[in-house]
Each structure stands twice: as C-alpha cells, then as structure tokens.
Design a protein around this ligand. Structure first.
Ligand code: MCA
Ligand code: AMP
Length: 486
C-alpha cells in the first residue's frame, strides 16, 4: 500500500474512532482533518514544519494529527501531564510553528514564543488526498536516554507504514478489529500502534481516556464493535487481573477480545498465568522501542509464549551481539547478547542529535537497542534486561535516571543523589531516589517528590525517597547503583 491511510482516501461511513461517548466515521475524520489543514494554512504553517499537538483525549486531537500529515507537517505530540521544564526543552529542541489544543481542554502550560491554536472540528464528511508512503517525517516522539534531557525520535511515514504492515500480518489485524486501549497518545504504543495502526488497517480505535480495569471492561463489551483487540502495558494487565479476580463481569469481558496484546515492558509469567486463568486465553507479547518501533511479536496464529516476545516480525532483521558488537550466532536460549535491529521501521535519527544517533545506529543501518536477550533454536527472543541500569521502565514508561537526578540536584538541600529502578509487582520497576542532603539540611520525602513534580511528568516522580549519609562508590568514584537495588 503506497497510501498511508487508504480508508481515509476513499472515506466512508465506517466508524473510525470512539472517544468516550463520541465517535467519528472515516468520512467525518477526513473532513475534520481537512479543517485542520485550513487552520494550518491560516496560521502560516508550511510543509516541512513541525506542529505540536496536546495529546488530549479528543476526536479533534486525532484530526489535528492526521491533518498535519496531509499538510506534510510532522506532529510533536505533547503529554498533557508534561512538566514545564520538559515542555520548554521540547519547544526549544523541536521549534514547532504552532501548538494545537482541542478546544474543550485546558492548555496545561502556555509558552511564550510558540503560537497556540484551539479548535473543535465539526466533522463534515470528506475524503483525504492519498498520503504517499515516503521519507517525510511524520512524528517526533520525545523519549528518555540514560543521561541528559529526552531526545526527539524522528519517525517517517515509511517507518510507520513498514511497521504497521508487519504487525497487521503477524496479528491478522484487519478492518473488522476495534482496538481498545487507554494508553497515552504520545508514544509508539498508544499513538503509532493504537491510533495510526487502527486507521491504516481500516478498523477502529476505541480510546479510553483514563485507565481503570472497569472502563476497559466496558469498552471490550461495547455492542458497537464487531470484534476487539486489547493493547495494554503489563501494569494494566496486572491491575485488570487484580480487579477481575473479584469481578465476574470483568472476567467475562476479558474473554471477548480476539487478541490480548502486551508490550512496552516484560509481562511476568505470573501475570500471563493469571490472565490465562481468568480469560481462558493468554496474552500475545511483543517487543519494541520508540526508535525501531516493534521488532518481535508472537503471531496471532501461535499460542502465547510466556517469557518470550516471539520471533522477529516480517521484514525485521535481528542479531545478538557481544560487548565488542560482534555477532553471536547462538540459538540455545542461554547465550545472552545485545539485540540489534535492521528494518524499514528503524527511525530517521534523533532530532538535532547526530552524535546520539551515531552512537546507536551504525553505518550498516543496525540499531543497537541496549536490550539483552537470548534466542531459541526456533528464533524466539527472550528479553532479560538492559545493558544500562540508568534506563528505568515504570508502568511501561521509559525514564532516564539521569533526568531525575539532574532535577533533584537543583533542589537547594540536595548534595548528591542516585536514582534507580527497583522491582515492583505493579509497575515493573518503581523509581527510587537515594539522597544525600547538604550538611545541616532536613527535608521530608514529600517535598522532594513535589519538587520533581513541578518540573517533570508525574510518572517521573520517585515513589521512594531514601536518605543516606553517603552513596556507595567504587575506587573510581562511580556510584555503585547495583548496590542500591538498581
Ligand atoms: C505517580 N503519582 C504519584 C507518584 N507517582 N503521586 C505521588 N507520588 C508519587 N511518587 C501519581 C500518578 O501520576 C497518578 O496521578 C496517581 O499517582 C495514581 O498513580 P497510578 O494509579 O499508579 O497510575 P499511574 O502510575 O499514573 O498510571 C499507571 C499506568 C501508566 C496507567 C499504567 O503508567 C501508563 O499509562 N503507562 C503507559 C506507558 C506507555 O504508554 N508506554 C509506551 C511507551 P493522577 O491520578 O493525577 O494521574 S512506547 C514503548 O514502550 C515501545 C514502543 C513499546 O514497546 O510499546
Ligand atoms: P520505549 O522507547 O519507551 O519505547 O522503551 C523501549 C524499551 O522497552 C525497550 O528497549 C525494552 O527495554 C522495553 N520493552 C518493550 N517491550 C518489551 C517487552 N515485551 N519485554 C521486555 N521489554 C520490553
């Protein structure tokens, strides 16, 4: 398919999007996207520019993102929970020509220097011109690294189309499916797979604005849907399982979807078993990164494989390499190597960060993920951890320890700090900060957590603050995070 969203080109009255109690057909979404294109013209936005979109749970948010694509403009999605420090970094780095917010929602922070626009599109029926699958940047997704502020991952139309095509094949994903999810519309999982994936296959997305197990259960049994597929992170499956064990209605709802898909972090065998018992079917896991999109997945035609993320998707080349980046040709499910990936979905680079891009993407197009894994003789991949303890996965969010450390070091009472991820049944890892205060200072943990919350998104707040008199260091003076549980 050389058109990114064929069903928006020949737009019809088939449902495309459900948000809360509202819904739009493909023709209405196309009409709304064209209204956004007019707004872009009126505000002097041109092809090749970037436009930020506050990712509020609203039909107009989707229209703005699709309209941006029609205008040849890359979308920079903004988390409505972004801290002011993060927002100024994103605006400085991506220099958007406009920041759009759906009219019914508050703009969380206004920023001088970036014009803002509000609109509620009225959804007149229309069709879009074809969106050529080419190397036009479509999205800039901000994601944390081990150090420094988040980097903008540039994904092109070709990256997105290639990955969605591979997933559609692996999951037998068609226009009969309505994806149900409650993920934020700022990351690959909720935005690329959930929203753009549903539109590309010509199916529908039922977006649940705020995750609760009950709201997911209601969406799964919504009579408007022919068949559903659930996308969620392990924390959500954990909470759904906890609730379903006490709620037979929810348990019944969990039996309805054609496919249950987990990703963004590893789903423990315990949660796999719980869902299998409750739903009478298991969870199909898949593995990816913002920079590569999804690399591996258990195919729908295959039984779920607890502990494994399946083989590489069609069109994805995967190698395991050692510390010297030499290939390890092992298929024994024992030998551990770093996962490196080559595919048409691998990103175009970090925005304004050629140095950081060169560190992970080699001259032959192989992307070094930092994830450690084994491979079975059938080719199934088992993710075992990451090379760096400084990347934390909490609730499926990637959080760089360095970003939180830098924030806490701005606090006048803090002399030293080390941030680590500690294993957590619910979040996978929870963020813990080990803090050494300046002599004579005293602070309570809540004041430090609030300090982080003033600058960064809520999910970056440490759940544990532990005070100590010094941090464990090696002979070179480097903090020994392993001794702190990280
Ligand atoms: C958090 N809270 C806190 C603290 N930390 N309050 C006080 N002190 C703290 N230290 C706040 C939360 O912000 C929330 O606030 C409230 O406490 C309740 O928290 P909780 O119920 O635990 O919910 P949550 O932690 O906010 O959310 C859990 C979640 C969320 C819904 C599972 O983590 C989530 O949406 N995760 C999805 C991440 C994702 O989409 N990742 C995809 C990356 P309030 O109630 O005000 O909100 S893309 C990717 O990874 C690749 C490509 C892939 O493979 O998919
Ligand atoms: P992000 O860029 O937020 O997309 O995070 C990507 C990281 O999430 C990967 O490098 C992995 O460490 C982790 N990840 C994603 N899916 C899985 C999975 N199914 N199992 C284990 N880790 C995963």
């Amino acid at each position: 398919m050389s058109d990114l969203f064929p069903r928006l080109t020949g737009a019809d009255s088939r449902a495309a999007l459900f948000v809360g109690d509202e819904s739009w057909t493909y023709a209405e979404l196309a009409g709304a996207a064209l209204e956004h294109v007019v707004l872009l013209e009126q505000t002097g936005v041109h092809r090749g520019d970037r436009v930020a979109v506050w990712a509020q749970p609203d039909l107009s948010t989707a229209a703005a993102m699709i309209g941006n694509a029609v205008a040849g403009v890359a979308t920079v999605p903004l988390d409505p929970k972004l801290g002011l420090g993060e927002l100024s970094h994103i605006f400085r780095d991506s220099e958007p020509k406009l920041a759009f917010c759906a009219e019914r929602h508050e703009v969380p922070h206004e920023m001088a220097g970036v014009p803002s626009a509000r609109a509620a599109y009225s959804s007149e029926s229309a069709s879009l011109p074809p969106l050529q699958v080419d190397d036009t940047p479509a999205l800039v997704l901000y994601t944390s690294g081990t150090t420094g502020p988040p980097k903008g991952v540039v994904l092109t139309r070709r990256n997105i189309a290639a990955n969605l095509e591979a997933l559609a094949e692996a999951w037998e994903w068609t226009d009969r499916d309505t994806v149900v999810h409650a993920l934020p519309l700022i990351h690959a999982h909720g935005l690329v797979l959930g929203l753009l994936g549903s539109l590309r296959v010509g199916g529908a997305l039922h977006y649940v604005p705020r995750f609760t197990p009950e709201s997911i259960g209601e969406a799964l049994v919504d009579p408007r849907h022919e068949q559903t597929v659930l996308f969620a992170v392990p924390t959500m499956f954990h909470r759904i399982a906890e609730a379903a064990e006490q709620d037979s209605g929810l348990c019944e709802a969990l039996r309805q979807p054609r496919l249950l898909v987990s990703g963004s972090a590893g789903l423990s065998s315990r949660e796999h078993e719980r869902i299998q018992t409750l739903a009478g079917r298991g969870v199909h896991e898949r593995y990816g990164l913002t920079e590569t999109l999804i690399n591996c997945g258990v195919p729908a035609s295959h039984a779920p494989m607890p502990g494994y993320v399946g083989p590489p998707l069609p069109g994805v080349e995967l190698k395991l390499v050692d510390d010297q980046r030499q290939e390890i040709d092992a298929h024994d499910d024992q030998t551990i190597g770093e996962v490196v990936i080559r595919s048409a979905a691998v990103f175009a680079g970090y925005l304004n960060r050629d140095d950081a891009t060169a560190a992970v993407l080699d001259d032959d197009g192989w992307f070094h993920t930092g994830d450690l894994a084994t491979r079975t003789k059938e080719g199934a991949i088992r993710i075992l951890g990451r090379r760096s303890t400084d990347l934390i996965k909490t609730g499926g969010y990637r959080v760089g320890a360095g970003e939180i450390e830098a924030c806490l070091l701005e606090h006048p009472s803090v002399r030293e700090v080390a941030v680590v991820g500690i294993p957590d049944d619910d979040l996978g890892q929870r963020i813990a900060a080990f803090v050494v205060l300046r002599p004579g200072q005293s602070e309570d943990p809540a004041s430090l957590t609030s300090f982080v919350a003033e600058h960064l998104s809520p999910h970056k707040r440490p759940r544990d603050i532990r005070f100590s008199t010094e941090l464990p260091r090696n002979a070179m003076g480097k903090v020994q995070k392993k001794l702190l549980g990280g």
